[in-house]
Each structure stands twice: as structure tokens, then as C-alpha cells.
Design a protein. Structure first.
Length: 56
């Protein structure tokens, strides 16, 4: 993510916090999928897209 920020591919963010959040979302999505939540992947994608938004 640091490289993406430096290359202006994604907006400025706290990389360590973003990595923590992404890990949490992916773990939660995995658990939800195993429990039968068919919308979990879509929810995880939306959260990820919001976190890794394009620079303005």
C-alpha cells in the first residue's frame, strides 16, 4: 500500500491502520461465508473499495 500511495494510485492513508482494517474485513468475510452469508464477499469488496479509494 505504501507503494500505491507513493505512486498516487490510491489516496493518502495510514498504511498500518489500513492493513489492520483490511485484515479484519477479510477475516470477518471468511467467517461470514463459512456461516452461509452469501453477501459477505460483496460487503468486503465495498469496504475495501472505500478504504483504497482513488486519489482526487
Amino acid at each position: 500500500m505504501r507503494h500505491a500511495v507513493e505512486a498516487a494510485e490510491i489516496a493518502e492513508l495510514d498504511v498500518d491502520l489500513a492493513a489492520f482494517r483490511l485484515d479484519a474485513v477479510l477475516l470477518a468475510a471468511n467467517t461470514a461465508l463459512r456461516c452461509g452469508d452469501e453477501g459477505a464477499a460483496t460487503k468486503a469488496r465495498r469496504v475495501t473499495e472505500g478504504l483504497l479509494r482513488s486519489p482526487r
